[in-house]
Design a protein around this ligand. Structure first.
Ligand code: SF4
Ligand code: MG
Length: 336
């Protein structure tokens, strides 16, 4: 089996006093073994809901799993009893978050938190688990792990906490690591160190990574493939080269245009995408990007574009791909 993960037509909603928010509306993508897939898009596009659904961490209610399959090594996680899911969570699939303080336990030493999973999932004895915890701290680059292992999260700096969280997540050598904005809260230097560390560990441990981010610089440095989400849908997916050099969806053009580029002079103006995403309490029946898209046609507002193959690896959901659509050039400054 080549794919470690296949998400198929996932639909997840949230019940609110205003009605049903359709946060994820038919998301499909797959992840090969050892690959880093970046899921990008503005906040509220459904990227975190998608990753939390894979971990089955969506509280129900208010969340509702409506439809879809999440195949992890061929097993549909949506159908597993919670007991079995507990055996997978933290062992085969692990997650790291933007803010370590929300996922680290402030009352437990870092060492104990690394050991917990090893004792629970790998059935290690205390001494062995402690040995392994020290090794993990060393691996993620925490200096003098011997004196750090008995410290509490508040005794660690922000960057160190992030490393500790990675150590906890990777201790059981998960097959899939989900990293939700793992470096957003950190300053640029430490950000780069953490990304290097994740790349390194991926090579060493052969872990597949789902990287949730809105930072395209991070994507360029770490991802093999990119899934671009908008308003609860995947609008484009492709290899990192395709998405950066030959993006085909106007929303992706917008994202790229709003990213600072190394090869453009510093004073090049960034162009934010004007307007706001649609309200997912009542999503539009046509293309969700139509209200912001400079190329929107009549059909766009009336009918949802189908997802078409642009290459063996690139897929895009846009009416511009239709043979009857006028041809539109990729904005010149995006062609790499
Ligand atoms: Fe723009 Fe139409 Fe394509 Fe949507 S389907 S991105 S509105 S051109
Ligand atoms: Mg988020």
């Amino acid at each position: 089996r080549n794919n470690v993960l296949e998400v198929k037509d996932l639909h997840v909603s949230f019940h609110t006093y205003n009605g049903e928010v359709q946060a994820v509306r038919g998301v499909s993508f797959e992840e090969k073994k050892g690959e880093t897939v970046a899921v990008v898009g503005e906040s509220g596009c459904g990227k975190s809901v998608t990753s939390q659904s894979i971990m089955r961490l969506i509280p129900q209610p208010p969340g509702v799993f409506k439809h879809g399959e999440i195949l992890f090594e061929g097993n549909d996680l949506t159908k597993l009893p919670e007991k079995q899911m507990e055996g997978i969570r933290g062992k085969d699939i692990a997650m790291i978050f933007q803010d370590p303080m929300t996922s680290l336990n402030p009352t437990m030493t870092i060492g104990k938190q690394i050991m917990e999973g090893l004792v629970k999932h790998r059935k290690l004895g205390r001494a062995e688990a402690k040995e392994k915890a020290l090794e993990m701290l060393r691996l993620v680059g925490i200096p003098s792990p011997g004196s750090r292992i008995d410290q509490y999260p508040h005794q660690f700096s922000g960057g160190m906490r992030q490393r500790a969280m990675i150590a906890i997540a990777l201790a059981c050598a998960p097959k899939l690591l989900i990293a939700d904005e793992p470096t957003t809260a950190l300053d640029v230097t430490i950000q780069a160190q953490i990304l290097d560390l994740m790349n390194d560990l991926k090579e060493k441990m052969d872990t597949s990574i789902i990287l949730i981010t809105h930072d395209l610089g991070v994507v360029a440095e770490t991802a093999d493939r990119v899934v671009v989400m908008y308003a609860g849908k995947v609008v484009e997916t492709g290899t990192v080269e395709e998405i950066f050099n030959r993006p085909r969806h106007p929303y992706t053009w917008g994202l790229m245009g709003s990213m600072p580029r190394m090869d453009l002079s510093r004073d090049t103006e960034l162009t934010p995408i004007l307007g706001a995403p649609p309200n997912l309490l009542s999503p539009p029946k046509g293309c969700p990007f139509a209200s912001r898209c400079p190329h929107a046609m009549k059909v766009c507002k009336e009918q949802m574009p189908e997802t078409t193959d642009a290459s063996g690896t690139q897929r895009v959901a846009c009416w511009l791909e239709h043979p009857m659509a006028p041809s539109v050039e990729i904005p010149h400054d995006l062609v790499g």
